[in-house]
Design a protein around this ligand. Sequence first.
Ligand SMILES: Cc1ncc(COP(=O)(O)O)c(C=O)c1O
Length: 415
Amino acid sequence: MTFDALAIRKDFPIFQRTIRDGKRLVYLDSGATSQKPQSVIDAESDFYRIHNAAVHRGAHQLAEEATDIYEGARETVAAFIGAKVDEVVFTKNATESLNLVAYAMGNAPVGNRFHLASGDGIVVTEMEHHANLIPWQQLAARTGASLSWFEVTPEGRLDLSKIDSVINERTKVVALTHQSNVLGTINPIAEIVKRAHEVGAVVVLDACQSVPHMAVDVKSLDIDFLAFSGHKAVGPTGVGVFWGKSELLSELPPFLTGGSMIETVTMTGATWAPAPKKFEAGVPNMAQAAGLGAALKYLSNVGMEQIHQHEIALTSYLLDKLSQVDGLKIVGPTSMESRGGSISFTFGDIHPHDLGQFLDSQGIAVRTGHHCAWPLNRKMGVVATTRASLYLYNTLEDCDALVAGVNDAHRYFAR
Ligand SMILES: Cc1ncc(COP(=O)(O)O)c(C=O)c1O
């Protein structure tokens, strides 16, 4: 199949509408959430219209159909990231997946490999989204473990020059983002995983900005845990994925407890069902999982490699055009080496919020602010940025519209 972004746009009903008095929608905010194709909307609504019942429980046909759809979605996710089916846990989003693993480690008793105490170390990076920073800060505070981090260079890359001392014999967990939601930087996972495993630490990968945009295979990355959100991967809101190696999931204590996650229960205690059920207490987000299954099938049909190449072409084009705008400063790598399609920038003394509002008046949707990465903004010496984030349905015309919008904003605010 040849890649055709215009044909892809036709699969997404939202592009049929106009914005701000009849303007074409230029959606450059997929880093926050992506748009949804009709097949995803149908899968979610069909679940409610035709199949709705509680999975794993009922003795009737609807429950059987619902269970098949829900478990079918798990198989689709597993195939998409190269995992075993029972290693895939549905959560509500990446934030919950990351909290799940951090809280579960906090629940680990003495003798469990995930037990943390004073003297142990947790390593993160300065470019983490708050979702992959605060749960680790909290875990450190609860257990007495120390939190340390890789710094970010002025170009927006991880500084790995001190990797052997940052990840050391005391390190138990290394949690980092695959691709920065602000800078677009794709991190050198292999080198970090190698060092982490040398000292016996596990690697938790926040793949929120990578799984939707490039082929991600958990086996070849050799990571231990991974998290992503359905809604950034053309799927519905309310569903995320937590993945872990099966031998680790069997040792990891549960996070939420209650129905569906148990093996036996007495008045004084309980034992746990094996993963993934151990981590899916209560009636789960069934319709959303159905939608996520449809989303990943949609992305697979288009082809992850083709999506990635399309985004590289657009990012390279847009970086080049934006770097020619006087007064505009890219925050993050300006070369295409290990870089994805999130482009953050400042523009002279125009505040990003003013710029965002001006662009919106032209039908162009961007994100402005600190992008839930406050420490990173401080490190890069900015209070806020404007961010354009690209996806499979964007075109060169969208990139041109942004550049024209930025130039118009310059004229408007200079008045
Ligand atoms: C890198 C990264 N991690 C985590 C998250 C949190 O995702 P969610 O809000 O869907 O849980 C985001 C969302 O923007 C993100 O970009």
